[in-house]
Structure formats: structure tokens, C-alpha cells
Design a protein around this ligand. Sequence first.
Ligand code: SF4
Length: 309
Amino acid sequence: MRILLQFPEGLKQEALKHAKELEAEGNEVIISASPTYGACDLAIDEAKHVGAEKLVHFGHAEFHHVDFNVEYVPYTIDASLEVLPSSLEQLKGMESICLLTTIQHVHQLEQVKRFYEEHGKRVVLNRPNGFAKVNGQILGCDDGNVMVIDRSVDAFVYFGGGIFHPLGALLQTTKPFLIADPFQNRTWRMDEMRETYRKRSRGKILASVNARNFGIMVSTKNGQYNMALAKILKKRIEAEGLNAAVLVSNTLDFDSLNNMLEFDAFVNTACPRIAIDDIERLRKPLLSANELMEALKIISELKMPAAKS
Ligand code: SF4
């Protein structure tokens, strides 16, 4: 069978090893060298182009159904639980917690849960609500039910490394938010970052209210493509007497977008994290759909004649 292998950046170093294993089983193997951001970004077009009958996608669990033969090989890590005791001091006085992690550690969550229960905590696991498939799992673009759970727990604890995955959940919640990082063996409070991101969002909205021309970004990645939303946003912008155009690409290239000097602001319909994490890569404001709606509301209000006192 001809197979195309696809790896996220962190696993590309193992590509040849896996290719050799599959070749030894009698397959013809080709490796995708394109950047890969998640299971939202399946190399199906490449697979079809090279005549592959199957795509093997490493590192992520299934994101959504696609009409192609895809095998997912999620990557799991058995991280040390030694970090957990250091979180107890910071959780003093908090009786109930919600646990979150990524697909890499989700198999460890029962152990983590037991640890906190043995130390007197009531523990709930985040419930999948969208693209995530397993209790406790979050993605950078899928925070599960954290908004609902926020009302019934005293704190959130994310078990894992880095801030990419928990940042989305952080911005949907109001309670203390701890990172128990087994790689750095330390626990720290992430909730201090909430205000910074809220101010950044407000700043982008205000910087867009004088924009005349909006570029609406659409990605052709199979799990990110949202032309329907782009068309709705275009109509909403034009209803305010402003100009909008839909800009399409596979991987959004910020140098190319910066060359589009006619646009005063950009609106993201692709991976929702782009309008949070990548805003400094564009010279113009880069809004989410919700931020655009807030900007349009302000624009509309500014056009109204002032009420007489
Ligand atoms: S966060 Fe973005 S890159 Fe990651 S799975 Fe979601 S859409 Fe894809």
C-alpha cells in the first residue's frame, strides 16, 4: 500500500524510523514535509496528489470525520507526578478542583485525580464538548465545558507543560488556574495572565474602529475551513458601509498579509488561536469573529446622532 506519513514539528525527527518500519512491512512510504499544526490540518490533498491510499497522522487524536483513510497515532507521555505535592500549598482552602490536560497525558489523569482525592479535594474532570474526545482533554481550540464547570469548582489545575493548551481555557474561566508542570517540576498560577489578554483584546477592538477595509482570513486546512462564517462576517462589515474581502490560503503567511497594505484590519476564521497568539506578527489589528462584532457595534454607535439632553 502507498502511505503518506504526517508528523507535527516535534515528532518529525522520528519520521525516517517510522517510514522504515512501514516499508519493512511491504508498504511504499512517502513523508509529508509540510508544517503540521494539529489534526485539524490533515495532509489529505498531498496524500491524494501522490496517490496514497492512506494517511498516517502522528501525534494527535481524531479531530473530526473526513472522507479519507486516515490512521491516527496519538503520542502519549508518561510524565512524572512528583510535581503534584507542590500544588497542594497553592490549593489551600480550595475544596473542589477541575482537572485538565492534553491527549499526551490523558491516560495519567485518573492517577492525578486519585492524588488530589487522597488529599481531601473534590475532583471533576473537564468534559469534552467539541473536538476533544476524552474526559479531561483540552485542545488549543477546545476548552470543553470549562465555562459551565467554572461555577461549581474553586480552582482549575492543568497537568502538563507549556501555556498553549491551557490559555484558551484560562480565558473562559474566572477561578484560580494552576499549572502543574511535570517537565519543569513546578506549580504556578496562570490566572494573572487573564487581565493581560483581556486588555490586548480590548486594544485590538479599539484599534479597528477607524478601519475602512477588512481582510477576512480563511484557511483551507480541513479542520479550520469556515467559508460560511467568512461570508456572514463580510455581509456584516458591508452593512456598516465598509469594505471586506475574503483572503484564502492554506497556512496563513504573515509576511504576505503584511504586504496587503490596503487592509486596515484582519479578521480570523481559521484556528481560533491565531487571533490570540499571533497578533504581533501583523502590523494591523487581527480580530476574532467576536472581536469584530464588538468593533462593528462601536462603529455603529459612533454613527448614531448624540441623544439630546
Ligand atoms: S488549536 Fe488550532 S492548530 Fe490546534 S487543533 Fe485547534 S484549530 Fe488546529
